[in-house]
Design a protein around this ligand. Structure first.
Ligand SMILES: *Cc1c(COP(=O)(O)O)cnc(C)c1O
Length: 393
């Protein structure tokens, strides 16, 4: 059952041709660093790329990694996938290969991405132009200066800003630039950037793809000819995923579609309840008709994701108290797991930014980011409601 026409759930479960010789329904973990050959000719066949086969795990030439990458390729509907030891490792290879003539980062980006671009890669001579808010209108002009990679997230963290993948790709392609979308928040269940016109997709698989807060990993996907040049970077940076996390991630992918669909439903219920609560000043969720990006989200997404950001009708201190009163939502800086998590962006993801920079990104002290998990949505709403009791309006 590997035909390209099969549905996404079928692909998630049967999307690899690599199977166990004994008939086990799941590939056992090849927890080995190297593979032996019958003779030198057989070794050279694999080393020279004439035959795809296991060789050395750091090169990604390991059956457990092959199986994961094949499944992920099917789920995304891409040409190829490369699995990395983290989302940051995936981005590093992507920028090293495609960002050397300049990168344009559109909209707010994950804090780690910002640090990588502004602090480490800039020291290696890779320059990034950041376009926030209305500055996106300057993309055409900035690309005339020569950058060959446009990178962005949609929805963004934590304000859930929605960017038009097809429109940005059209502008980038006119200048011969590639478009890479960090699709971590949406997951391939809610959004397929490649089908919308992007050239490359990156993921922190640590979030929804893993889904259980127990594996750190990343991916880059795209057409074969765009993925092939990333392999030497992954090999030489030593940033390949290891067999055990690869097997865990393969297991997670089997339930990706049902998990994300339930995250979507729970988040919609939480967002609607929060919108009706007078102690909440504003709810940012792409699935709410009141959300500014709703129409665009409805056009390019098939679901609205599990992240809901709310603004408390109160100051930063009151917001800290609300966060600290939550019982089901654990205070932890991640997202996408079965358990609900909460963060206050000003004390976590956007802690290091100046007040001016936070303002440019629309980050306020009364903002709370909820990663809505798979608990009963009534219980999650009850937890939020009790935590909001200290807010007086
Ligand atoms: C977490 C995250 C990353 C980084 O991923 P790691 O797996 O932690 O390296 C990149 N982009 C987004 C949007 C993220 O949420």
């Amino acid at each position: 059952m590997k035909q390209k026409s099969a549905g996404q759930s079928t692909q998630a479960i049967h999307g690899t041709s690599i199977t166990d010789a004994h008939g086990a329904p799941h590939l056992p973990v090849y927890n080995t660093t190297t593979f032996a050959f019958e003779n030198t000719a057989a070794l050279l066949d694999v080393a020279d790329g004439r035959r795809k086969g296991p060789l050395y795990t750091r090169y990604g030439l390991n059956p457990t990694i092959f199986a994961l990458e094949e499944t992920m390729t099917s789920v995304e509907g891409a040409g190829s996938a490369l699995a990395f030891c983290s989302g940051m490792a995936a981005e590093t290879a992507l920028f090293a290969q495609y960002g050397r003539e300049g990168i344009v980062c559109v909209g707010d980006a994950y804090g780690g991405t910002m640090e990588l671009l502004t602090t480490q890669l800039s020291q290696l001579g890779l320059t990034t132009t950041f376009l926030l808010g209305d500055e996106v209108d300057r993309l055409d002009e900035v690309l005339s200066g020569g950058p060959k990679l446009v990178f962005f997230e949609t929805p963004t963290n934590p304000a859930l800003g929605i960017y038009d993948v097809a429109a940005l790709a059209e502008t980038a392609h006119r200048h011969g630039a590639l478009v890479a979308v960090d699709n971590t928040f949406a997951s391939p269940v809610n959004q397929r950037p490649l089908a919308l016109g992007a050239d490359l997709v990156s993921y922190s698989a640590t979030k929804y793809l893993g889904g259980h807060s127990d594996v750190t990993a990343g991916f880059v996907l795209g057409a074969d000819e765009l993925i092939e040049p990333l392999k030497p970077w992954r090999k030489s940076f030593g940033s390949c995923i290891a067999p055990e996390p690869a097997a865990l991630l393969s297991r997670s992918l089997r339930t990706l579609i049902v998990r994300v669909n339930q995250h979507n439903a729970n988040a919609q219920a939480v967002a609607e309840a929060m919108e009706a609560d007078p102690r909440v000043a504003r709810v940012l969720y792409p699935g709410l008709p009141s959300f500014p990006g709703h129409v665009l989200a409805a056009k390019q997404m098939t679901g609205y994701g599990g992240i809901v950001t709310i603004e408390i009708a109160g100051d930063t201190d009151t917001t800290v108290q609300v966060v600290d009163r939550l019982e089901l939502f654990a205070l932890a800086p991640s997202l996408g797991g079965v358990e609900s998590l909460v963060t206050q962006p000003v004390t976590t993801t956007h802690y290091d930014l100046s007040p001016q920079e936070r303002q440019r990104r629309g980050i306020t002290g009364s903002m709370i980011r909820l990663s809505v998990g798979l608990e009963d949505s009534d219980d999650l709403i009850a937890d939020l409601t009790q935590a909001l009791e200290i807010v007086t309006v």
